[in-house]
Write a protein that binds this ligand. Structure first.
Ligand SMILES: C[S@@+](CC[C@H](N)C(=O)[O-])C[C@H]1O[C@@H](n2cnc3c(N)ncnc32)[C@H](O)[C@@H]1O
Length: 230
């Protein structure tokens, strides 16, 4: 992802993911959104890998606080990862020649160091372990106090993305913005990967994930969604 984003940055002069985070923070602080009851400033990242996207969020949040005078200490970052790389794929819809068990293994110490070096003064809450073990209803209840307002899902596999969405569903807020990094990693097949998880989730009559184009950066079209509950 890093080199793709860098190429786009070189051409457009902006970093699309940084922009997405920055503008989402701004739009979620708008009175017209807050009036709906949205609780802002809670970033959840599923799949921290080597910390590339996390760094972008931390930088965007710090800039946003500098510009608006918001207090960084009111920002929460929750990071969910095995910190041992990908698990074994468990479903046909996960299988991709680029991924296998142990790929992207970066330890929690690597990520903690990165957060410290970023100067971020908000709360950083790592959740270490494979999702089958960590994404429990007890954890979800603890997180109700800081419901997600921005969610970055970069977990590659269909099965991981489906577990993440099932876990999040009860605590997602109307207006939560979700970014899925790997939507196109099976050439757009609706039967595989993160796209399958999104389509299955959206098939429910009571919740929806709708592609969100308002931040207008072509690289992210089709990867950014807004959540709503009927
Ligand atoms: C491509 S990497 C994420 C890259 C990261 N967003 C970045 O920008 O550096 C995918 C991550 O998802 C994590 N992951 C995928 N499935 C998982 C699961 N079931 N449980 C825990 N972690 C998982 C892997 O450990 C890996 O760190």
């Amino acid at each position: 992802m890093k080199s793709r984003l860098k190429r786009i940055q070189a051409v457009l002069g902006v970093d699309p993911l940084w922009e997405l985070f920055y503008h989402t923070l701004g739009s979620q602080d708008a009175p017209s959104v807050l009036r709906w009851g949205l609780v802002p400033h809670n970033y959840y990242e599923f799949g921290t890998g080597w910390g590339d996207s996390l760094q972008r969020y931390l930088s965007a949040a710090r800039s946003y606080c500098r510009v608006t005078g918001k207090d960084e200490r009111e920002f929460n970052v929750v990071a969910f990862d095995s910190f041992e790389g990908l698990p074994e794929s468990v479903a046909e819809a996960d299988r991709n020649p680029n991924w296998s068990r142990g790929v992207y293994a970066y330890g929690l110490d690597h990520i903690t160091r990165l957060v410290r070096r970023s100067g971020f003064r908000g709360k950083f809450l790592p959740v270490k372990g494979f999702y089958g073990d960590t994404l429990t209803s007890d954890l979800r209840n603890e997180l109700r106090a800081i419901p997600p307002s921005i969610v970055n899902i970069d977990v590659d596999y269909y099965s991981s993305a489906a577990s993440v969405l099932a876990f999040l569903s009860p605590i997602l807020q109307n207006g939560t913005i979700l970014y899925f990094d790997d939507i196109y990693d099976f050439f757009g097949s609706p039967n595989k990967g993160e796209l399958r998880a999104v389509l299955e989730f959206s098939a429910s009559k009571t919740v929806s994930l709708t592609p969100y184009y308002l931040h207008g950066i072509p690289y992210l079209f089709g990867k950014t969604f807004v959540f709503s509950r009927d």
